[in-house]
Design a protein around this ligand. Structure first.
Ligand code: NAD
Length: 369
């Protein structure tokens, strides 16, 4: 299988974690006889330093010519005085727009080995495995009119959706639920908002095409509570833009560390993959960055851009095995006892690599028997 991947490592810990993620993708290519190519391109502060722009045209071109874009993180304090449209973070918004993905996928999984890292009790997080499907190009963030009149002290944003915008993201949620535990929870505020009434009616209509998937509707306020009370009750959670932004951050506490969370944005010209965390300038260059969010993001590249489900699951299994063997980066070791071995970013990458190689060797020798 051929796969062209644009690597936008970015700033701070971005290059450190992306390096480990590409290492794992190279291992998958080698072990499976795949032809993956990696093309580096500039984004963020490093792009400003080298070209004057947070997203040079060359990066857009390389990204659009690729099958997938893997991004590290952007953000560098030395550009804090620039206006928002010139800062490193502007590059991130611009690449999202250039690629045009409308469905943001964010898994939140309670790993048993990390159960003491979550502020929630282990019996609450146990077996939680949620996939958020958040609409990314509509709603309050993009609706017009929008303005802030400083003279009258009045401001307005508009929550607007069209039926086709809801249909396309709902289809993504139902398709993915069909491959998981076959349940979609659609979140809205249909008791108050007309936009939510359209959302609910449209999702209900789309559900008829997926008879093997159960649909339930939840109001966003009670959903915020249920997520923390019984997270294992949810499979795929479908939301509009703002509700998804808030709820997916809330659900992140289930996993226990920002460094563990992957994401994918699909549906546009090219899918964009990025760990959820930022450039973490406080730990950049110290070897303390947790690369597992980026490595799990690499698994999403294989699942959603290459249809290599077995390989994606093998990476996820390798991550679990390393955690279960007691290895932790500093963020995961906080508050835990000395039964754990604290490892650096590169050591963690190597451990996942070894575990993946051993698992694939075992599988191949089983097939040979
Ligand atoms: P952050 O995610 O960079 O860091 C928040 C905290 O989590 C820090 O204490 C950091 O050390 C820790 N952390 C984050 N990722 C980690 C990892 N992989 N391993 C271990 N610890 C990790 O958020 P922030 O501090 O608010 O922002 C820093 C910069 O990143 C800012 O410039 C911000 O704009 C930018 N940012 C970028 C993205 C992105 O590129 N997608 C997302 C969020 C923030």
């Amino acid at each position: 299988m051929k796969l062209k991947i644009a690597i936008l490592a970015g700033d701070g810990i971005g290059p450190e974690v992306t390096n480990e993620a590409t290492g794992i993708l190279r291992a998958v290519a080698e072990l499976g006889g795949h032809d993956f190519t990696f093309t580096p391109a500039l984004i963020g502060g490093i792009a400003i330093t080298e070209t004057g722009s947070p997203l040079p045209q060359a990066t857009i071109d390389i990204s659009l010519e690729s099958d997938a874009v893997l991004l590290g993180a952007v953000g560098d304090n030395k550009f804090a005085a620039l206006s928002p449209d010139k800062r490193p973070e502007a590059g991130l918004l611009q690449i999202r727009q250039a690629l045009g993905g409308f469905a943001n996928l964010r898994p939140s999984i309670a790993y048993e080995a990390l159960s003491s890292n979550s502020p929630l009790r282990p019996e609450v997080t146990k077996d939680a495995d949620i996939l958020f499907v958040r609409e990314l190009l509509g709603g309050l963030y993009f609706g017009a009119p929008r303005w802030w009149d400083r003279d009258s002290n009045e401001a307005i944003n508009t929550m607007r959706y069209t039926k086709p915008e809801i249909v396309r993201v709902a289809r993504v949620a139902f398709e993915l639920a069909g491959k998981r535990r076959k349940k979609v929870t659609s979140v809205d505020k249909a008791n108050v908002l007309e936009v939510s009434q359209l959302w609910r009616a449209t999702v209900t209509e789309v559900a008829k095409d997926y008879p093997d998937v159960t649909l339930e509707h939840q109001l966003v306020d009670s959903m915020a509570m249920h997520l923390m009370n019984i997270p294992r009750n949810f499979d795929v959670v479908l939301t509009e833009n703002l509700f998804g932004d808030i709820l997916s951050d809330e659900a992140a506490v289930i996993t226990g560390s920002l460094g563990m969370l992957p994401s994918a944005t699909i549906g546009g010209a090219v899918n964009l993959y990025e760990p959820v965390h930022g450039s973490a300038p406080d730990i950049a260059g110290t070897g303390k960055a947790n690369p597992l969010g980026a490595i799990l993001t690499a698994a999403m590249v294989l699942r959603h851009s290459a249809n290599l489900e077995v390989e994606a699951a093998a990476i996820e299994r390798a991550v679990l095995d390393v955690l279960e063997a007691g290895h932790r980066t500093a963020d995961l070791a906080r508050g835990t006892d000395s039964a754990y071995t604290v490892v650096s970013t590169t050591q963690m990458g190597k451990l996942v690599h070894q575990s993946l190689t051993q698992a694939i060797d075992r599988r191949q020798s089983m097939h040979a028997v």
